[in-house]
Write a protein of this length. Structure first.
Length: 401
């Protein structure tokens, strides 16, 4: 009986050792899998989405969704407006998305952005206004182009920013991205935020070797809040060394402002469908070496209504603006009984017009020499592409018979 007891104890001990080894192995594999998430995405030639947010205390200043493809070095920034209106499940009401922004618990906010864009956004990088200053200074400043000098008073403080290509220190960079000028348009304000984010991530790539070592690494991790652990964050910094900050796509969300319970909320056009399509198109673009550049996105478009439906051209302009295009002309076509929609190229590069046509699934793309179409837009305005909407256009796409 005693021998059996001894054998049983040995067996239990052996089983315990085996279970311990198995547990350690599982933990080791889990930790390595977690720490190598960015490396895994890079090896799979997958894009990396990171939600970048800046705050001052509990106040949400701005957020940019940065989607970066390490294989091509291309990236895109989607501005996430704080006034974006949506149903907030935790609040059980429709409200501004920034109402659920919490720098210490950002998951709900990040998941809301993911739902709107219809892509998984597993990572975030959050900095306070003061820490943004500190990180920029740690990197030796950021390079920005400021078209016109800035000089005005805000909260009894004089805002002074030089014009031209300049390297801004932390204090000026943070100010550049967050100051509020009542005479400035929303587009100009969004452009500043996106340019700062572009410069910030570009500089991180340039200074990656510095930021991954010694005291600089420790200081960086004190300044930022991220759910990337140190190993994954270092892998992310390493991937940013290939980031081509000069060829970036900027996108913003367009919609209708409505007053809900005394608050002004921005509701995306077509219930967010245009936003999701813009994200989908951008993912394809940044995965390709032939990325859709800002130069192509800023093609000047003219939209003409070739039907008897009132306001069709104006409504359609919101679709193209949602993709980042510049619409310089809206009007009626010479004919009001156009059966099939068509797109006309005026640049000599018909591939650009083809990209525009693809957004509304229009298959008829022509060069200017193939049509006698007369423009209704001011002759002083340069037009790159004209879209003529026909009866086959349902407000979003050209229908096939």
């Amino acid at each position: 009986m005693r021998r059996k007891t001894g054998n049983s104890n040995k067996a239990l001990l052996l089983l315990a050792v085996l279970l311990l080894i198995l547990g350690i192995t599982v933990v080791f594999l889990y930790v390595n899998t977690r720490t190598d998430e960015i490396a895994a995405l890079r090896s799979e030639q997958h894009y990396i989405p990171v939600l970048f947010s800046v705050h001052k205390g509990d106040e949400h200043l701005f957020s940019e969704l940065f989607i970066y493809h390490p294989l091509t070095g291309k990236g895109a920034f989607f501005d996430i407006p704080g006034e974006l209106g949506m149903m907030i499940p935790s609040l059980k009401r429709i409200d501004r998305i920034e109402t659920i922004f919490d720098p210490d618990h950002p998951d709900e906010f990040r998941n809301a952005v993911a739902k709107m864009t219809a892509i998984d956004i597993p990572y975030h990088i959050i900095v306070s206004y003061e820490d943004l200053e500190g990180v920029v200074d740690l990197m030796g400043g950021v390079d920005l182009f400021i078209a016109n000098p800035v000089e005005y008073m805000e909260n009894d403080q004089i805002v002074l920013l030089p014009s031209g290509s300049v390297r801004l220190d932390g204090a000026k960079a943070a100010l550049y991205g967050t100051y509020h000028d009542p005479d400035e348009s929303d587009i100009e304000r969004i452009n500043r935020r996106q340019r700062l984010a572009q410069a910030f991530f570009g500089r991180m790539g340039e200074e990656a070797s510095l930021l991954m070592e010694g005291s600089a690494e420790k200081l960086l991790h004190k300044r930022i809040s991220t759910n990337l652990n140190r190993r994954a964050f270092s892998s992310y910094l390493e991937s940013l060394t290939l980031f081509d900050a000069d060829r970036v796509v900027f996108q913003r969300i367009l919609g209708t402002i409505r007053n809900v319970d005394g608050k002004e909320l921005l509701f995306p056009h077509y219930e967010g469908k245009v936003v999701r399509e813009a994200v989908e198109q951008t993912l394809v673009s940044i995965a390709s070496e032939e990325i859709l550049s800002n130069e192509e996105l800023t093609l000047s478009l003219e939209i003409l209504n070739g039907t008897s439906r009132n306001g069709l051209a104006g409504r359609t302009s919101t679709v193209f603006k949602g993709f980042g295009y510049e619409v310089v002309g809206i009007g009626n076509a010479p004919e009001t009984e156009v059966e099939k929609s068509y797109v006309v190229d005026h640049t000599g590069d018909i591939t650009k017009a083809q990209r525009v046509a693809n957004l509304i699934r229009c298959k008829d793309v022509r060069s200017a020499s193939e049509t006698s179409l007369a423009s209704t837009t001011d002759s002083d305005v340069l037009i790159d592409v004209t879209i003529v909407l026909g009866k086959d256009f349902d407000g979003r796409y050209c229908k096939e018979e």
